[in-house]
Ligand binder design. Structure first.
Ligand code: BG6
Length: 314
């Protein structure tokens, strides 16, 4: 049966919004909405959902979708004059039928290419011409790969600068059982304290309350260990030096209309980003930012997770 199924299919999602479903032969899948160029689902070969999407999100433009992988472009948060997290997440993207070649062999994986270009109306808000190409691919082991290519197509000779994030919402069993490895001892800007700079102390990051931090100059590999589910997410990134860690906890959760009161227990955002040093492109220049996610069973022995294996393993 599955061999007859198309690897990439166009379907109607919630409220009739168009989405693309990518199937990988061993059973993993991903879904991407044209609204926002937004990945809303990533399932492993057992059909288990790996991303969190709020039960309260309405899938109603112009509100962004709460969950999955919103794209923050050309502005992260309120770090500039635009709406928070920029506009890419609430624009309608198109399927890119003829994308420029990738230097890697990623075309051998099941994938879809999307493109966002500004309309005349958009140019009034951010007066720059650009092409934002997004490739969403599934590897043979079910790894989810997102590649963003952003090109300055200004004809007036002007450069532009932007900040960026893959605002990934991971699904976790219980936030108090989760730890993040790879960010310990790094500097971060604390969004809860006017983005004052601190240095992370001690061990892996665990969660006992609201967290909203921008870690700076982070390693290319970060692991999220879900003790209860015995699952580890490994996040690999390229061109994205920063990493935001966010969980709203109970008070903020209650204040968000599109987020369930208790849903904070079952999600964690770890966002591969370029924030501290904005990316500047001259006309004709292109930036590339790549995120690769895998979900692997945690190594677990004598009641201890083995972070070394997670961080050094392939
Ligand atoms: C995070 C920010 O990336 O996104 C938080 O660090 C913010 O400060 C969160 O609250 C959610 O943002 P939004 O715009 O999707 O509600």
């Amino acid at each position: 049966m599955s061999s007859e199924r198309a690897a990439v299919e166009l379907a109607k999602g919630v409220n009739g919004l168009e989405k693309i479903i990518i199937h990988e032969t061993r059973g993993s899948s991903a879904e991407v909405y044209l609204y926002g160029g937004h990945v809303t689902s990533w399932k492993n070969e057992h059909g288990e959902e790996l991303l969190f999407v709020s039960s309260k999100t309405l899938f109603k433009p112009p509100k962004p979708i709460r969950g999955g992988i919103p794209l923050c472009f050309p502005q992260f948060s309120n770090l500039g004059p635009l709406e928070s997290h920029g506009f890419a997440r609430n624009k309608f993207w198109s399927i890119d039928t003829d994308p420029p070649a990738f230097p890697t062999n990623s075309s051998s994986k099941e994938h879809i290419d999307l493109i966002l270009k500004p309309s005349e109306e958009d140019m009034k808000i951010w007066p720059h011409s650009y092409e934002f190409r997004l490739r969403v691919a599934l590897g043979p082991g079910g790894d989810l790969m997102l590649t963003s290519r952003i090109r300055n197509t200004n004809s007036d000779g002007k450069p532009f600068s932007f900040t960026f994030a893959y605002h990934t919402y991971f699904s976790v069993s219980d936030i108090s059982e989760v730890r993040v490895e790879g960010l310990e001892t790094l500097d971060y800007l604390d969004n809860q304290k006017n983005r004052e700079r601190f240095t992370e102390q001690g061990d892996a990051i665990t969660f006992e309350g609201e967290v909203d931090k921008i870690y700076l100059s982070t390693p290319t590999k970060i692991a999220i260990l879900d003790h209860e589910r015995k699952r580890t997410f490994v996040l690999r990134k390229d061109g994205l030096p920063d990493a935001v860690v966010w969980n709203p906890w109970d008070k903020k959760a209650k204040a968000m209309a599109d987020f369930g009161d208790d849903e904070y227990k079952h999600m964690l955002c770890v966002e591969a980003a370029a924030i501290e040093k904005p990316i500047t492109l001259k006309p004709g220049e292109e930036w590339r930012g790549r995120l690769e996610l895998s979900a692997v069973p945690s190594s677990y022995c004598s009641g201890q997770l083995d972070p070394q294996r997670v961080l050094q393993g392939s």
